[in-house]
Ligand binder design. Structure first.
Ligand code: DAH
Length: 353
């Protein structure tokens, strides 16, 4: 019996050496320490042994049992340690890997252009004046010297506000340009300084609306930046100096400018400013349509009627005004061929700026 027990122990320990996982250890325990193991059979057979044999075999069997339990306990600890080590290795952080880049938002290309315009005119002492988007026909057109049936109104097909249609002489509407802000600004200035008002130097940025066919060139909603300077002794020379300086700071020190005669009801004389095409350097390309020049803005000396409507005596005061489209400028700068991109919210477009 003692021999048999020794055999059981040796076989069990040899088998334990092969055990390589907690699962396998479970099976090993069933096989060598379980109810129907050879060792348990020895315990069961104790009853049939003689008085002398019983304690000897019982003791020896117990020793084998304790030895096997101890070894399997050690094995379990070993396997558990290995499991923990392996799972830690799986979570290991390689600090030499390149970091994940953080995606960050950016400003809309029009906003970028707008901010640049604010900065340049801010440096020249212009303040920002905000004016309402809902206007009356009176301020949007009439006070700016557009008579009721003036042909220039055709260029500015208008969104009228429905509930106000019955006010036929002065309907409410979405402003078609930022120029009506000139009237509000001048009147507010006069209210603030009833006696001898100091000069006005402002830009008026904001959204404008036109009831037009949407195409690659025209949108029903777009930004404008208006400019207005009013004071004593302001001349066309001041206008040219201010706008040429703006062009140099916006498009580069070497940019050429030219002023072409034009017509607007609210300025006299009126002009349009072109800059030498900064894409082809004046050689002629698809953006400047072969002319070498890009039209940037409309401008002129504030019409005496408009000065008067703003509360300034045209005999004493003069001023200049200008208006430009930041989307148009952005399109030229970045060679963007379709204005509809500005409102499409397509990330593939927006992420380029
Ligand atoms: N209001 C004009 C437009 O919408 C732009 C403009 C031209 C504004 C000449 C001005 C100006 O102040 O002097 O198209």
């Amino acid at each position: 019996m003692q021999e048999k027990l020794k055999g059981i122990q040796q076989e069990a320990l040899r088998a334990l050496e092969e055990v390589d996982s907690l699962d396998a250890l479970d099976k090993w325990q069933t096989k060598y320490l379980g109810r129907s193991s050879a060792l348990m059979d020895v315990f069961k057979s104790l009853a049939s042994l003689s008085k002398e044999e019983k304690p000897l075999v019982g003791k020896a069997a117990n020793q084998v049992k304790l030895a096997l339990e101890k070894s399997s306990g050690e094995k379990a600890a070993q396997l558990e340690a290995r499991r923990i080590q392996e799972s830690l290795a799986g979570e290991k952080i390689d600090v030499t890997l390149p970091g994940r880049s953080i995606t960050s938002g950016r400003l809309h290309p029009t906003t970028q252009t707008l901010r640049e315009i604010y900065r340049i005119f801010g440096d020249m002492g212009f303040q920002i004046y905000r004016s309402q988007e809902v206007e009356t026909d009176l301020v949007n057109f009439q006070l700016l010297n557009f008579p009721p049936h003036h042909p220039a109104r055709d260029m500015q097909d208008t969104f009228f506000l429905k509930s106000e249609r019955d006010r036929a002489d002065n309907p409410l509407m979405m402003r078609t340009h930022t120029s009506p802000g000139q009237i509000h600004a001048m009147r507010e200035h006069n209210r603030k300084y009833p006696e001898d008002p100091p000069p006005i130097r402002i830009i008026l940025p904001g959204m404008c609306y036109r009831y037009e066919q949407i195409t690659s060139r025209s949108e029903i909603q777009f930004n404008q930046v208006e400019g207005l300077a009013v004071g004593k002794g302001i001349t066309f020379g001041d206008l040219k100096g201010t706008l040429s300086n703006f062009a140099r700071r916006m498009f580069g020190q070497d940019v050429k400018t030219r002023f072409r005669a034009s017509h607007f009801p609210f300025t006299e004389p009126s002009a349009e400013m072109d800059v030498g095409c900064f894409l082809c350097g004046g050689q002629g390309c698809s953006v400047c349509k072969g002319t070498g020049w890009l039209e940037i803005l409309g401008c002129g000396m504030v019409h005496p009627v408009v000065l008067e409507n703003g509360g300034f005596d045209p005999e004493v005061y003069s001023g200049f005004a200008f208006g430009m489209g930041p989307e148009r400028i952005t399109m030229m700068r970045h060679h963007i061929e379709d204005i509809r991109y500005f409102w499409a919210n397509d990330l593939r477009f927006l992420e380029q700026f």
